[in-house]
Design a protein around this ligand. Structure first.
Ligand code: NDP
Length: 307
């Protein structure tokens, strides 16, 4: 019987219960003393030294899709594969959040709310989705699903990724050289990239200067993708109409940060796609059982790419 160590900072009881139900042939523990001979670890941001103490560790399962904190911490022993979270719940949650924010801006809901508070009845120009240019940065588990759904609604949708994609209704742009073209004249720019050395600070002033006047930036990737001052300057100059931000360089966002009080910034507290233990455990269990039957692990982080 192989052992699974659950090394989380919250919700541990729920994860233990669900993992024990999904993997009855395994021993699932949370206690550090019992975990020493665990073959698998389920982690978020493990405390220093916790993973190094697991002498028989074979695989690390991350409960997060973004693994930059895990990689930067250096806590995962060399040679141990890291599996990132890529479950149904994350994809569904992200789809809901991006559609909610995209449609709210597409149909001017925030502007009408402001008009309402001033007693103003003033219809604004209302475009059809087919006439709205939307670009999604990242076309993987989350971005691919989001781009497909936006295209299905009718948005004029482009997606940018490292390698070309075939997503129905979506124009695929791939590679560094294609980035300016992919975002050129975008009216809604949605970031769903992973944070890697290649994507950090990608959304800077020169790049963002390429979007359409009055564009809306929607960031649910990571805060470090965005140069904060560039976003503030572009909002002030009117190039950007709004920035809808779920993720930040420092979380919680410090009270002194200008994003809090800028009229063009709309904040959600890193809730676009929280990990749901039920769907996450189902994904881990399926992957783990196939691995034990001899199949290759799915969603293994490529350390050379950082995602
Ligand atoms: P995936 O690994 O499935 O997809 C990543 C996508 O980004 C791929 O299409 C990949 O291209 C592309 N990409 C990566 N690096 C580059 C690059 N240098 N140039 C061009 N394209 C690149 O990740 P997920 O979709 O599962 O998650 C994406 C990110 O979303 C996470 O890393 C995390 O930061 C964020 N996230 C945020 C949440 C929130 O609540 N705000 C919740 C969950 C995730 P290719 O396909 O060619 O490899």
């Amino acid at each position: 019987m192989k052992k699974i160590a659950v090394l989380l900072r919250s919700n541990t009881e729920e994860w233990l219960r669900l993992l024990r139900a999904a993997l009855p042939q395994h021993i699932v523990v949370a206690d550090a003393a019992e975990a020493a001979d665990a073959a698998y670890a389920v982690v978020g941001k493990p405390a220093p030294g916790v993973l190094a103490a697991l002498r028989e560790l074979q695989v690390v399962f991350s409960v997060n899709a973004g693994v930059e904190a895990l990689l930067e911490s250096g806590e995962v022993p060399g040679g141990i594969p890291i599996v990132r979270m890529a479950d149904a719940g994350l994809a569904e949650g992200m789809l809901e959040w991006v559609l909610a924010t995209t449609l709210a801006w597409h149909r001017n809901l925030f502007a009408y709310r402001e008009q309402q508070l001033q007693g103003i009845w003033a219809p604004l120009p209302e475009a059809l989705a087919r006439d709205r240019r939307v670009t999604v940065l990242g076309a993987g588990h989350l971005g691919g699903r989001v781009a497909a759904a936006l295209a299905q609604i009718g948005f004029n949708t482009r997606a940018w990724s490292r390698t070309p994609k075939q997503i129905p209704g979506v124009v695929s742009w791939a590679g560094d050289a294609a980035l300016p073209g992919a975002i050129q004249d975008a009216e809604i720019l949605i970031n769903l990239l992973p944070l890697t050395p290649a994507t950090e600070n990608l959304l800077d002033a020169p790049l963002l200067a390429g979007v359409a006047p009055n564009a809306v930036l929607i960031n649910a990737g990571r805060g470090r993708h965005v140069v904060d001052q560039a976003v503030l300057d572009l909002l002030d100059s009117g190039r950007l109409r709004a920035a809808v931000l779920d993720v930040f360089r420092e979380e919680p966002l410090p009270q002194t940060h200008p994003f809090w009080r800028h009229p063009g910034v709309y904040i959600t507290p890193h809730v676009a796609a929280p990990t749901h233990a039920s769907t996450a455990v189902a994904a881990i269990a399926e992957n783990l059982l196939k691995f034990e039957s001899g199949a290759a692990l799915r969603h293994v982080v490529d350390l050379s790419r950082g995602y």
